[in-house]
Each structure stands twice: as C-alpha cells, then as structure tokens.
Design a protein. Structure first.
Length: 295
C-alpha cells in the first residue's frame, strides 16, 4: 500500500528543509570566488533561472492564466529568500536563522486567521520544542533575539513572507501547478536579489571569470538538489497546515548544523546535539501523533 498524499507532502517538506540545510555549500563556493556578499544570492538564483527557461517557454500560458494571484504568491516566495540572504549579510547568521524560523508561529496564526485552521495542543507543544531547541543549539539560553538592526528585521520579514507564501499555496492548492511556482520563485528571486545588489553594491557586479570556478558545483547542486528541493517545498504545502509545514522545514537547521560540522569543521558538541534532537523531535511530533491516531 502506498503512502497517503498527506504523508508524501510531509516527506516532501522534510526533504525540502534538508536541501536548504545544504544551501551554504554553493554560497561558500561563490564567496571563495571573491564575489561581493550581496551579489552571491543573485548569481545563485541566476543559474536555476537560466536552467528553467525552457520550462518557462513551454508553460508561459499557464503562468499567465494564474494572473495576479499567482504573481503575488511567487513574489512573496522570492522576497522571503531575498530578505533572508540579505539578513545573513547584515546581521549575525545565528540571529538571522532564529528570527527567520519564527516562521512556523506566523504560519499557524495566519492559517487560523485566513483558513480557520485549529491551533491544536500538539502544534503548540511542537512549537515550544522547536524554540527551545533553537535557543539551546545557538547558545542563546533564555535570551531571545529581539530585532535590533536592519538585518534582524529582514530575517524576521523573511520568515513572515515565507509564511504568507505557504498560506497562499494552501488557498490556491488546485489552481497553481508546482512546476509553475518553482519557475516563478527563481525568476522573482533573481529580479529582487539583483535589484537589492544593484541598489546597495552597484560597483561590485561579478564578472564571468569570477563565477566560472564555482559553476561546476553550482550546476550539480542546482540540478540534483536545489531545483527538486524547491519543487518539493512548493508542492508539499498544498496539502498541509502551514504551521506544520514551517515545523517540517526546520530540518534545514538540523542538516545545516551537521553538514557544517562535517564539511567545514564548525563546532558540534553536546549543546548542538541536544538542539538538533529537540528540533528534529518538533518536526516529527505531529506526523508521529497522526500515525498513532490512525492506527
């Protein structure tokens, strides 16, 4: 017997979060190639946008039929990652990550307000586990990162815009094809990130010679991980509560911490291990509870 659509949607979101946990590897390659920090995201978006041009040409009528509702949805998704990338540049990475991952809270509240979805006790418990896990893992103790600068506010805004994206995908679950959302995500991400880079760092436009050394890694990541992972992150939310989606995406933190420790020699001790366990547990709490209830 195959998996139900809801189970496949959960697995898609877990996979998507894991893929974004490896987001830093090609970014690190572009950084080592000497690109200005604000142009790294633009180049990152440029590669999949070019790779997906044939799909855009084949499906432009479908995209056009989506109208303003479709464009608002993909604009929100592109804005989320653009704000997140800018926040990493303008504030501490830890603060950017923690403030972005308040996103499940916004998702649950928006789902309640817009979709009339219940806020269940198990979702509240999962949210508490996730927040404690983040505070433990990043060594923040009981001190919560209140926004203090432009980078902090961008990190917070990034999570809010991604929550809006998840709610809109749920509202229009039968109207927008996930492949069209994926194309729109990369195109709007490219437009917005290039706009920010041109505004704030117009004298640092990268040359092809700068980008060329990182292209092999970029192409491999895009074809094998980022494009499939983005598709999964825009397909799974059609069938799930947006708050649950936000919790499932937190596998990004788990995979990011472990991969950085293994590949970049970043510290990973008892504190990080406890945080990873709590965050992973929060991501899996509702799926496990649902499975037990069905049995």
């Amino acid at each position: 017997m195959g998996f139900s659509i809801e189970t496949r949607a959960r697995l898609s979101c877990l996979y998507a979060g894991a893929v974004w946990g490896l987001f830093w590897i090609p970014l690190r390659g572009l950084e080592e190639a000497g690109l200005h920090s604000l142009w790294i995201t633009s180049v990152y978006f440029l590669v999949p946008a070019v790779l997906m041009l044939p799909i855009l040409l084949l499906r432009w009528r479908n995209i056009h039929r989506g109208g303003l509702a479709f464009q608002i949805t993909v604009l929100a998704s592109g804005a989320a990652l653009t704000f997140y990338s800018a926040s990493i540049v303008l504030t501490d990475v830890v603060r950017a990550l923690v403030l972005f991952y308040l996103m499940p809270i916004w998702s649950i509240l928006l789902a309640r307000a817009v979709l009339k979805e219940r806020i269940t006790p198990i979702r509240i418990a999962a949210m508490g586990m996730a927040l404690i896990g983040m505070l433990t893992m990043f060594g923040l103790g009981v001190s919560f990162p209140v926004p203090q600068n432009a980078g902090d506010w961008l990190g917070l805004a990034a999570g809010f815009f991604w929550a809006i994206t998840m709610v809109r995908i749920r509202i229009y679950e039968g109207a927008f094809a996930s492949i069209d959302l994926t194309v729109g995500f990369f195109l709007w991400g490219l437009i917005l990130s290039a706009g920010v880079a041109l505004l704030l760092a117009p004298g640092h436009i990268p040359s092809f010679d700068q980008v060329r050394p990182a292209l092999p890694v970029l192409l491999i990541f895009m074809l094998l991980l980022v494009i499939p992972g983005t598709y999964a992150s825009l397909w799974g939310p059609k069938f799930l509560n947006p708050g649950v989606v936000g919790l499932l995406f937190m596998t990004e933190i788990v995979v990011g911490a472990i991969s950085a420790a293994l590949l970049a020699g970043e510290p990973f001790g008892m504190r990080e291990a406890v945080g990873v366990v709590l965050i992973a547990g929060a991501s899996l709490l509702e799926p496990i509870a649902s499975l037990r209830a069905r049995r």
